[in-house]
Design a binder for this molecule. Structure first.
Ligand code: ADP
Ligand code: ADP
Ligand code: MG
Length: 464
């Protein structure tokens, strides 16, 4: 097993990695920016090393500085968490060349799956269903118009290098194409350093269903069930749950099998997720594979009882998967809420600042993943997701009630958060019945924000 791991990430996922390594008897070296020198993970890692200034491009995305730190501190491996360099094939390749193990799949696998448009082409070849759209990269708005004409409007322009819900544009008719194309291209170029676009038919009111995959370097590969991540705001996940209530047993089986087929197509190993959109008739289509540990991996851990982080580290060290497909059992229901430092009353603008008071919820079946404490600081330089509240209960309604209680208990002072918004969603009929899709918050978000105690009390009463 590894003796020492360099962590090339920050925030709650850095804490998750540190805790896991402590359990496994592995030392941790946390690469931090100047901004994060006194963060909670910097205090809990065995040691930390500054790799550059606050701007991510000069620190958390500085491949050479991170690799140099890993070598200088004699780390056997690098854990990239999620975001930043976690899906960067060049960085994984640099690690391979320098004999530092990248905790994830090989650079070759990341290259095949990381570019969304080429992954899509590969899936078509392997007969995994994809959304109708372009074959490969779009060369011009005119080409996009031709394809859109064929598959039918509305369509979605998507960035090949996209992530985190960015670099996407809906186009409802031909006259909008040129402008949307130029905007999406510029946005992708600025955000990902790569403006390449492709096009998919816009699936109306779909669900986002994804399948957790885990494979080892000995050819074993399994799935750990699915997650429903349809509660989104601007194509960014906000609440996730497992199992997905909307799937029939045969749909569930089919989507698990498609995900395994997708992963096997590239000889996948490590933790990974195959993402699908499911239309209102129940047809599912591959959208992308995330070749890393995901934000919402914890809900799968709760229902399977398997520590995915530990497994991911073991696999990187060359060990075999510690369980077989037949040994995986899904027990009960789990829900995750992403707590963001943002102001719902001001259009969800980021709300960084000092935390004057923080209280995290606890109790049976309640789990918090977080990297903050009273007196800590939410930096304006990075993602606004600051914590996750995860609950696990024997059934879905019990899990919803547990989540309400947990969110009620949680207190964050000094900055604005979406806590109350999440709490209100836990009372919305669309969430309670499980009938929501990815358009839910666009349609009902504003109304939910305006809810008062009276309407909540009424729903609570109806449930009794
Ligand atoms: P998940 O698929 O794990 O739910 P998200 O899409 O919510 O992940 O992204 C997790 C984090 O990684 C967010 O902070 C997001 O901004 C960031 N992220 C995801 N993909 C990319 C990317 N390609 N480039 C930069 N940041 C990304
Ligand atoms: P990212 O890399 O940003 O995670 P994805 O391709 O996974 O991008 O898409 C993010 C979200 O956008 C999906 O979860 C879904 O809600 C929406 N989306 C993506 N493709 C389509 C599509 N063809 N039709 C409808 N919605 C889509
Ligand atoms: Mg995605």
């Amino acid at each position: 097993m590894f003796k020492r791991i360099l962590i090339a990430s920050r925030g709650e996922i850095a804490m998750r990695i540190i805790r896991c390594c402590r359990e496994m008897g592995i030392e941790t070296v946390l690469a931090v920016s100047e901004e994060d020198k006194s963060s909670m993970p910097a205090n809990f890692a065995t040691r930390s090393v500054c790799i550059g200034p606050a701007e991510a491009s000069k620190s958390y995305l500085n491949k050479q500085a991170i690799l140099d730190a890993a070598k200088a501190y004699k780390c056997d491996a690098v854990h990239p968490g999620y975001g930043f360099l976690s899906e960067n094939a060049d960085f994984a390749g640099m690690c391979e060349e320098d004999g530092v193990i990248f905790i994830g799949p090989s650079s070759d696998i990341i290259r095949k799956m990381g570019d969304k448009q080429s992954a899509r082409e590969l899936m078509k070849k392997k007969r995994v269903p994809t959304v109708p759209g372009s074959d490969g990269e779009l060369s011009s708005p005119e080409e996009a118009e031709k394809i859109a004409e064929k598959v039918g409007y509305p369509v979605l322009l998507k960035a090949s290098a996209g992530g985190g819900g960015r670099g996407m544009r809906i186009v409802t008719e031909k006259s909008e194409m040129k402008r949307a194309f130029d905007e999406a291209y510029a946005e992708a170029q600025a955000a990902f350093g790569n403006g390449a676009l492709y096009l998919e038919k816009l699936i109306i009111n779909p669900r986002h269903i994804e399948v957790q995959i885990m494979g080892d370097s000995h050819g074993n590969i399994v799935h750990l069930g699915e997650r429903d991540c349809s509660m989104q705001r601007r194509n960014q996940k906000l609440i996730e749950e497992t199992p997905a209530r909307s799937l029939t047993p045969s749909q569930r089986k089919a989507i698990h099998e498609a995900a395994l087929k997708a992963a096997k197509a590239v000889g996948y190993y490590s933790a990974g997720t195959v993402e699908f959109v499911v239309d209102q008739k129940g047809n599912f289509y591959f959208i992308e594979m995330n070749t890393r540990i995901q934000v919402e991996h914890c809900i799968t851990e709760m229902v399977t009882g398997i520590d995915l982080m530990r497994e991911q580290i073991r696999i990187a060290a060359g060990k075999e998967l510690s369980f077989k497909q037949s040994e995986i059992r899904i027990r009960g229901h789990a829900i995750e809420c992403r707590i963001n430092a943002e102001d719902p009353e001001a259009g969800f603008t980021p709300s960084p600042g000092d935390i004057s008071f923080l209280h995290l919820p606890g109790g049976f079946g309640v789990r918090c993943e977080n990297a903050l404490h009273t007196g800590g600081r939410v930096s304006p330089y990075y993602d606004s997701m600051i914590a996750k509240v995860i609950v696990h209960a024997p059934g879905r309604m019990k899990a919803i009630k547990k989540m309400r209680a947990a969110l009620e208990e949680m207190t964050v002072e000094g900055i604005k958060t979406n806590l109350n918004f999440l709490y209100l969603i836990m009372f919305s009929p669309g969430f309670i019945t499980g009938s929501y899709n990815t358009s839910f918050l666009k349609k009902h978000g504003d109304l939910i924000l305006k809810w008062d105690k009276e309407s909540r009390r009424k729903i609570k009463k109806d449930e009794e």
